[in-house]
Design a protein around this ligand. Structure first.
Ligand SMILES: NC(=O)c1ccc[n+]([C@@H]2O[C@H](COP(=O)([O-])OP(=O)(O)OC[C@H]3O[C@@H](n4cnc5c(N)ncnc54)[C@H](OP(=O)(O)O)[C@@H]3O)[C@@H](O)[C@H]2O)c1
Length: 318
C-alpha cells in the first residue's frame, strides 16, 4: 500500500532556529504540519483566518509539546488587505523566514466572492497565496540558510484548466472546475516562481506538493455551505473508509519543505495506492501544469489582479 521511501514526520531534520509560516494551521494538514515543525524546534507562525480557532489549535499542540514555539496571526486569504497586514506585521516582527507553507484552501464550495471580488476558490487558493508570497519575498530572500516556499496543490489539478476568458467563473459556475482551476494555478505558480528565483540567482527554492486523499474538514465545507446533508454524510463515509489521516497527508508538505533532495521545481506526493496515500516521493504533474506560456500569462494576470508585483523578472527578460 505504501511506497518505499518510508519517510514520515519522524524523519524531519532538526528545525531549531528556523521560522516557518503555515497558512491554514488550525485544521487538517496545516495543523499537522505546524505540529511537526514545532515538535522539531521550529518557531511556527500559525496563519489563520480565525485567531480563536488558531489559539485553540496552538493550545492543542502545546498540550503535546509543552516547549513548542508558536504564534497565531490573523490571515484571511479572501481579503488582500488582510494579506498585506499579515505580511507587514511579519516583516516588522521577524527578520527571517525559512519556510513559507502555502497550504490553506477551500474545495468545491458554492460560488461566492472574496472581499476583492474574486471567485472564492481562485481567490483564496491561488491569488491570496500569490499575494502573500510576493509580500514575503524580501524577508525570504534576506534569510540565510535553507529557504523554501511550498505550495499545496491537489490531484484535482489534473482536470483543471485556466479559463482566461472567465477566470472568476462568472458564467456557468461549476464548483469542481473552479477548484481544479485553482489547484492547477497553484502548480503553475510554484513552477514559475521556481524559474524566476533561479533566473534571479535567489537562494530560495519553490516546491509544490499534494497530500493525496486525507481526512480533514476540507471535504465538509462545500456540503455544509450548500446545506446538503446527504453529500456531507457521503463525504464523512468516504473520509472514514478511504482517506488516510491528516497526519500522513502532511508528509508531502513536510518532505517538500525539508528533504535534502529537493532544490526547487519538484512536485511531491504520496507514493502509495493511486497516489492517494502513503509515504512522500517526487512525482510528475500534468502537462498543462508545466506549460510555461500559461504560467507566464497567469503570473502577469495575478500581478494585475492582486496589485502585488514581484521583484523577479521572467527568465529571458532584461
Ligand atoms: N484533504 C485532502 O484530501 C486534500 C486533497 C488535495 C489537496 N488538499 C489541499 O490541502 C490544503 C489543506 O486542506 P485540508 O485538507 O487540511 O483542509 P481543512 O482541514 O479544511 O483546512 C483548510 C485550512 O484552510 C483555512 N482557510 C480556508 N479559507 C481561508 C481563508 N480565506 N484564509 C485563510 N485560511 C483559510 C481553513 O480555515 P478554517 O478552519 O477557519 O476554515 C483551514 O485552516 C488545501 O489547499 C487543499 O486544497 C487537501
Amino acid at each position: 500500500m505504501f511506497n518505499d521511501s518510508g519517510w514520515t514526520a519522524d524523519d524531519l531534520p532538526p528545525q531549531a532556529g528556523r521560522n516557518v509560516v503555515v497558512t491554514g494551521a488550525n485544521s487538517g494538514i496545516g495543523f499537522e504540519a505546524a505540529k511537526a515543525f514545532a515538535a522539531e524546534g521550529a518557531h511556527v507562525v500559525m496563519a489563520c483566518r480565525s485567531v480563536e480557532r488558531g489559539e485553540d489549535a496552538k493550545a492543542e499542540i502545546e498540550a503535546d509539546y509543552p516547549g513548542a514555539s508558536l504564534t497565531v496571526r490573523e490571515l484571511d486569504l479572501a481579503d488582500l488587505d488582510s494579506v498585506a497586514a499579515f505580511a507587514d506585521r511579519y516583516a516588522t516582527e521577524y527578520d527571517a523566514l525559512h519556510v513559507l507553507c502555502n497550504n490553506a484552501g477551500v474545495m468545491a464550495v458554492p460560488r461566492s466572492e472574496t472581499a476583492d471580488g474574486f471567485e472564492t476558490q481562485f481567490g483564496v487558493n491561488h491569488l491570496g497565496h500569490f499575494a502573500l508570497t510576493g509580500r514575503l519575498l524580501d524577508v525570504l530572500r534576506r534569510t540565510s540558510g535553507e529557504t523554501r516556499v511550498v505550495t499545496q496543490s491537489s490531484m484535482a489539478h489534473e482536470s483543471g484548466e485556466i479559463d482566461f476568458d472567465d477566470l472568476q467563473h462568472e458564467d456557468d459556475y461549476d464548483k469542481w472546475a473552479a477548484y481544479g482551476q485553482s489547484k492547477l494555478a497553484n502548480l503553475l505558480f510554484a513552477y514559475e516562481l521556481d524559474r524566476r528565483l533561479r533566473a534571479a540567482n535567489a537562494a530560495v527554492a519553490s516546491v509544490a506538493c499534494h497530500p493525496g486523499f486525507a481526512a480533514t474538514n476540507l471535504q465538509y465545507r462545500g456540503p455544509e455551505a450548500e446545506g446538503s446533508r446527504l453529500r456531507l454524510l457521503a463525504m464523512k463515509a468516504a473520509n472514514a473508509a478511504v482517506a488516510q489521516s491528516a497526519r500522513a497527508g502532511a508528509w508531502p508538505l513536510l518532505y517538500a519543505a525539508t528533504h535534502p533532495s529537493i532544490d526547487g521545481g519538484e512536485y511531491v506526493g504520496p507514493g502509495g495506492l493511486l497516489n492517494a496515500r502513503g509515504h512522500p516521493e517526487e512525482q510528475s504533474s500534468s502537462e498543462r501544469s508545466r506549460d510555461e506560456a500559461t504560467a507566464r500569462r497567469l503570473w502577469s494576470v495575478s500581478e494585475d489582479l492582486t496589485g502585488v508585483a514581484f521583484d523577479l523578472p521572467a527568465p529571458g527578460d532584461d
